[in-house]
Ligand binder design. Structure first.
Ligand code: NAP
Ligand code: GLV
Length: 305
């Protein structure tokens, strides 16, 4: 049996999964279920202990890209395979999110907002896309697509990943030196890395200082990638022009956090890219029903993504 945990979308998932997997019993939380019949679960942000009663559990389909929260749990033994979604409609949304921030920097919307508040009419010099350097940290399913899309629009794109990558028209780097070089060559840096032990506080004070003065940071990966105190200090003193943040070390962001009303912060509540349910179901069905060739989505627990 495949059991779905997707509050508010449970019925939708069941209605899409039943025709896609005719031989399967499909149910969704909070419908009661005999735990011994559950072999597969599809879930996003399941509550602690959800998996504990499922003694026959073989596979968990993560209804999203990032598996960091699943890997931190203590009710998922190593014998249970974790499979994530690849793209599932999120990559195009990531391009939109990144582009919004890049345009904010390129067209100086932050300065025009200030000017409007002060009643100032000053026309600032236009920058062309070819003169805007965008650095993408993470060149996987999502970052790779963002890099290609922005490069296709005419931006000067470079990217950074764990191992070497080759993308047409994009300067690709890896390793510590590669990160420093990528940051130094970015007017806008877009983070779309997974949260792992190796990426925790990757952008600390020293790395943030590799960015050129007046650069902007967009984070749509995970909050843990950034030392938020170091970021705040660089926004306070204006060294960084702005940060556009979708993800935070604590979510929801505590009500008294300085990001909420910081003039150099644009915030969104973890919405940069949403899973498209029909696409998620297509990937789950392809894996369970066989046939269609799609990326494996298997997680390497050691690597953390
Ligand atoms: P992915 O396909 O696994 O790609 C991950 C990329 O990060 C790869 O290029 C990988 O390098 C790189 N990477 C991982 N660890 C690294 C390290 N230590 N140093 C340098 N590069 C490293 O993942 P994805 O599907 O693109 O998703 C990326 C992340 O986006 C997710 O894990 C999630 O946290 C986040 N996300 C956020 C939202 C949102 O709404 N805010 C939505 C979806 C996803 P290699 O290429 O060398 O493997
Ligand atoms: C959302 O944050 C995801 O990882 O899919």
């Amino acid at each position: 049996m495949l059991y779905v945990y997707a509050p508010e979308q449970g019925d939708l998932y069941v209605s899409l999964l039943r025709p896609a997997l005719p031989g399967w019993r499909i149910g969704a939380w909070p419908e009661p279920v005999d735990p011994e019949t559950v072999t597969h679960v599809a879930a996003w942000a399941p509550p602690p202990g959800l998996f504990a009663p499922f003694g026959q559990l073989r596979t968990v389909f993560n209804l999203g890209a990032g598996v960091d929260a699943l890997l931190r749990r203590d009710d998922l033994p190593a014998s249970v395979e974790i499979v994530r979604l690849t793209d599932a409609g999120m990559a195009a949304q990531m391009t939109e999110y990144c582009l919004y921030g890049v345009l904010h920097w390129q067209r100086e919307m932050d300065a025009y907002r200030r000017q409007q508040a002060e009643g100032v009419w000053v026309q600032r010099q236009t920058r062309l896309r070819a003169d805007v350097r965008v650095g993408i940290l993470g060149l996987g399913e999502l970052g790779g697509r963002v890099a290609r899309d922005l490069s296709g629009m005419g931006y000067r794109v470079s990217g950074w990943s764990r191992g070497p990558r080759a993308l047409d028209g994009i300067v690709c780097r890896h390793g510590d030196d590669g990160l420093a070089e990528t940051l130094a060559a970015s007017d806008v840096v877009f983070c779309v890395l997974p949260a792992t032990a190796a990426t925790r506080h990757l952008l600390d004070a020293a790395r943030l200082d590799c960015l050129p003065e007046g650069a902007a940071l967009i984070n749509a990966g995970r909050g843990s990638l950034i030392d938020e105190a170091a970021l705040l200090a660089r926004l306070d003193d204006g060294r960084l022009r702005f940060a556009m943040l979708d993800v935070f070390s604590e979510e929801p962001l505590p009500a008294d956090h300085p990001f909420w009303c910081h003039p150099r912060v644009i915030m969104t509540p973890h919405v940069a890219a949403d899973t498209v349910p029909a696409e998620a179901v297509r990937q789950i069905a392809a894996r369970l029903g066989g046939g269609e060739a799609i990326p494996s989505g298997r997680i390497d627990r050691q690597r953390g993504y």
